[in-house]
Ligand binder design. Structure first.
Ligand code: GAP
Length: 529
């Protein structure tokens, strides 16, 4: 079992640190994400979702759930408990092998993940190569041939050699679980503590990522249970309950959205790596021998989902795992280009019959399916798609966050920060703005809200100038603003302003529902699948 965090990524780091910092503070200022327990100075790598954040998260979950359960006759959903029988984690391999290699710096007393130190070292060298390429591209202009440059430039070749050597040693050490070699790579590469600059390292040790607690009133080893580190096992152990109660025939899938917990050693990059997070997982049960076909099918279906969610094709890539976990016969990540580089957003794994067979062995209960078409009993094979809800949230916001110069009323320009969240996912769909808070406009705004609130998340915004209100709604990501003015009181028409184009049209109140509905419905995204 290899936590996803140990899978190296080779893509160059993009230096968009400032945008990322701006996005994090925007999330706090506009009620998307707050550090957990902030009044007590926070709790490492735990976050709370604010009023807009929880709406966006719910919409992402709804889109995923609909794409799985509503769009497929042969996928059903469950909601299993977080606490599970401790033997489950023994059977799944998590008790013995769900580990990260950690190392301490003796000077700073800081603890690091050995694999992350090595990965960051590789990223730094890759950044040097990228810099050389950018410089040469500028110097040679149209005549620049990147392949030729990469295969002939002496500095690039030397740096590439360094990366290849370290990655080869790292991959072999990871596969063999060779912790001494992992330390030796850090020593040989002269990797220093980012905090103290010291190269005084302890040995590398394994650290289990599961959180344990006790069930019942007595603290004893036999009462020890774990907070689930993945939702998948709740699906595996319910496989026959679900299959029988929902009368599914293979191939069929079980979907689940729920919390998972991992005691991450290095928890950084905002909500990318958290200790408490949410997964959206689907286990697809297939006939043995048919897993490759379904693995390929789910790769393409999941990529289509990410594109429908608004991620541009160039920000998505497949990354095949070079070393497979013992239970998998194929595994790929869908990586997204976060502000800090291409990183795993979703995993698609062909897990063979490993999990069901292990639960059969550890529980003593049959996990077999009788296939009426071929008249055979077998333990099904499983292709899983597993995506982090929080990482998807971060991907959506990374795509959406935009700083723009826009014309103002005085003929100059203003800066606007706008979240161009796909309208069906936006937390608030429509804000209703009475131009002034008198002359019957607030009452009219109330009537419009009453008309729209059954179909859309609406918000009244009546403080400050209209310009400032538009900026506020842009910053929240509201796709539509409806302004109530004197003309509204005369003829029941309003202006409808669209967030991205900032275009305004005048239309009758009676047409608002249809006009807004056509853009903000999840159905439009689902039709793209
Ligand atoms: N059942 C398979 C499984 O759990 P994984 O690659 O360990 O596979 C699946 O996790 C997804 O869960 C990842 O692709 C990622 O999006 C999300 N994830 C994993 N660890 C996370 C963490 N510490 N914080 C936020 N999301 C995480």
């Amino acid at each position: 079992m290899r936590p996803e965090s140990q899978i190296p990524t080779f893509a160059p780091m993009k230096n968009s640190n400032d945008t990322f910092k701006a996005l994090i503070s925007h999330c706090k200022e506009y009620g998307y994400v707050f550090p957990s327990s902030e009044v007590y100075d926070g709790l490492g790598a735990v976050y709370d979702y604010g009023p807009y954040g929880s709406e966006l998260k719910n919409n992402i979950k709804q889109f995923w759930w609909s794409a799985m359960v509503k769009m497929h006759e042969n996928i059903v959903g469950i909601d299993s408990a977080i606490f599970m029988h401790p033997k489950i984690w023994k059977a799944s391999g998590h008790v013995d092998a769900f580990n990260d290699p950690l190392i301490d710096n003796m000077t700073s007393k800081k603890r690091y993940r050995a694999d992350v130190l090595i990965e960051e070292y590789v990223d730094k060298i890759q950044a040097k190569i990228d810099k050389e390429v950018a410089k040469a591209a500028k110097r040679f202009g149209d005549a620049f041939n990147i392949e030729e440059f990469l295969s002939t430039n002496a500095r690039v070749l030397a740096n590439q050699e360094k990366i290849d050597t370290v990655m080869k040693r790292f991959t072999t050490a990871t596969e063999a679980g060779d912790l001494a070699e992992m330390k030796q790579i850090i020593v040989d590469a002269e990797i220093a503590c980012p905090e103290s600059g010291s190269r005084e390292w302890t040995d590398v040790r394994q650290f289990n990522l599961m959180f344990a607690t006790e069930m019942g009133s007595l603290s004893a080893e036999s009462n020890k249970i774990y907070l689930r580190p993945e939702t998948a096992q709740g699906i595996f152990v319910n496989f026959l309950n679900v299959q029988k109660s929902s009368r599914q025939k293979i191939p069929f899938g079980i979907a689940q959205i729920g919390k998972a917990f991992r005691n991450e050693i290095v928890a950084r990059q905002f909500i990318f790596r958290m200790r408490e997070f949410e997964q959206m997982e689907m286990q697809f049960f297939v006939r043995p021998g048919e897993q490759k076909k379904w693995y390929d099918e789910w790769k393409s279906r999941r990529l289509a989902w990410h594109k429908a969610l608004g991620s541009p094709a160039e920000k998505l890539q497949f990354y095949d795992h070079p070393n497979l976990a013992h239970y998998a016969d194929a595994a790929v990540d869908i990586q997204f280009q976060f502000p800090f580089g291409f990183k795993e957003l979703e995993g698609i794994h062909s897990r063979t019959d490993f999990d069901l067979a292990k639960h059969q062995e550890f529980s003593g209960k049959k996990m077999q399916y009788f296939d009426p078409e071929i008249n055979e009993n077998y333990v099904p094979y499983v292709v899983e798609t597993s995506i982090g809800c929080d990482r998807t949230f971060l991907a959506v916001l990374s795509n959406a966050y935009c700083e723009e110069e826009v014309p103002n009323a005085k003929g100059g320009t203003d800066k606007r920060v706008v979240l161009k969240i796909p309208a069906p996912l936006a937390p608030v769909k429509v804000a209703v703005l009475p131009l002034v808070n008198r002359d019957g406009m607030p009452e009219k705004a109330g009537e419009i809200i009453d008309l729209l609130k059954y179909d859309f998340n609406t918000q009244r915004d009546d403080k400050q100038t209209i310009g400032k209100r538009y900026r506020r709604q842009d910053a929240i990501g509201t796709p539509y603003c409806v302004t109530v003015d004197t003309e509204t009181l005369e003829n029941d028409t309003v202006t409808l302003r669209e967030r991205d184009s900032m275009e305004q049209v005048r239309l009758p109140i009676a047409e608002l529902k249809a006009k807004i509905g056509e853009k903000v419905s999840l159905t439009e995204l689902l039709k793209e699948l």
